[in-house]
Ligand binder design. Sequence first.
Ligand SMILES: [Zn+2]
Length: 290
Amino acid sequence: MIDIDSFIDKQLHCWTLAADNYRNLETVRQREIDADGAHFVLQFNPSRIRSTAAKISTADITKRPCFLCQHNRPQEQITIDWHSYDILVNPFPIFKKHLTIVSKTHENQTVLNYIDDMLRLAAEMPQMAIFFNGAKCGASAPDHRHFQAGNIDAWPLFDDFQRNSNLISSQNGLSIYETTGNFRKVYRIDIDNVNSADFVRAEILNLLEKYSRDESMFNLITTYISGIYSIYVIIRKAFRPTQYSAEGDAQILISPASAEVGGILITPREEDFLKISSSDIKNIFSQVCF
Ligand SMILES: [Zn+2]
């Protein structure tokens, strides 16, 4: 297993920017909201504005140096060398433990050929949920393949799913569940053996086909608990809701990615943090999820 705690401690001792941002996270304002039986935690986090408001058009991406490539990283940033990945501390955290797991090669953000890596990472750090944002729904570096990880106890989705889901199929040592009701469709694929990664890939492809999407338009969140790998699959209808680009009072700056579909809503602006209601959340998720 990878010793995440020592790694994060070591990094925060030698990088003031990251240490300040983790310290600020301890006192970040949070607010809880329920929407159709789903539980959300709003987090007022101004340091995330660069991510929420990230310009992700191809033109914008090609103009900037890639911040995940080794030669462009801050010199304070240390790494854990893990197979073909560098594990990094995310210096702009939304989780009290927040990692970015970056391919050593600069290549486009995809996951279907790397499901086994995601499962192995989950088993290497069972205190974390490993997540993937598709290139068109939350990845702030769609040109550089990466996963992220956030401590497993922060995600409201996992308990919600337990309460509001049904088993829809079970074969080949693989079980598939789906949420009941019409709010934020989430699937979960459970396996007990990393060698079943090919079956997981096939099931994800079935789901993408069902919703006419490709792998740029989903979020995956993987946990490893008591020997079971659980892969949550959230196929996306759209990336950002209309509120994102609305003007004046109608604007809400929320840019849904894995954390948001997992129940953690990051609001970099205080006005959004204060005003968002349960019906806004229902409206936003009806636009971005199926
Ligand atoms: Zn890169």
